[in-house]
Design a protein around this ligand. Sequence first.
Ligand code: GLU
Length: 296
Amino acid sequence: MSSAAGRFAPSPTGELHVGNLRTGLLAWLFARSTGRRFLLRMEDLDRVRSGAESAQLRDLAAIGLDWDGGIVRQSERGDLYLEAIARLRNAGLVYECFCTRREVAEAASAPHAPPGAYPGTCRHQTEEQRARRRRERPAALRLRAQVDEFTVTDELHGSYTSAVDDLVLLRNDGVPSYNLAVVLDDGLQGIDQVVRGDDLLSSAPRQAYLGSLLGLPPVRYAHVPLALNTAGQRLAKRDGAVTLPDLAAVGLDAAAVRTLILASLGLPGTLDDALAVFDPARIPREPWIFDARKST
Ligand code: GLU
């Protein structure tokens, strides 16, 4: 097996639903079909629900996925994130930001601002202004981006370019940001293949740019379609029987759910058979509409 690796990196905020399991299964197929290791990482810097990690691991194993090595938890890696921020800071690539959420939202909705991007309000403050604001609220740390956009290569979306803004590295409550942690961990764990939901596609260029500043090798992305409910919204717990325990209660065991997920990908019902014929080019490009009422 090569030293290259793919991964699945859920946030332990609750139970995985069939859409999350489908993304995990795809990440596994991508990794295993290319001889990569498959790593699991818990993105537990924020909003953790007690018991969620073990439930998620139980369900991934129940549909037949296996992984290499132990579970990496972001909550145990704080020093690595702070060290990376310090390196960027020493390179002059970090500044303090005192904006409230509301100020960011207001500035970002100004005419001509790229949607959702931080407009750089605190980027040009003088030391005097900063000293004054420090007395009012703790600062977040932002990246002083040197580019406006960046391009990544995605297995499903081809060459994809989007805006890079001055993203948060350290939140003002002292917690490292998701963007920093995900990029650093992928790099430090030797992950060169990132398979995840396509809701994160627009974040990939700014993350890849941050990775390049940290001296990390580029990764290859595959942003896969999400599962939606019948109203076209992102699938969620409120949609009914969408988790393995709920589906088991209505008569679908884990093997049956795996078959359902594989069928949604046009793949045969066992992992071995699916692996043998898996072809990224043939993954459906549309979201998977999951009708919880009709799954039984
Ligand atoms: N932890 C993120 C989530 O569960 C995924 C991040 C990633 O795969 O890069 O949405």
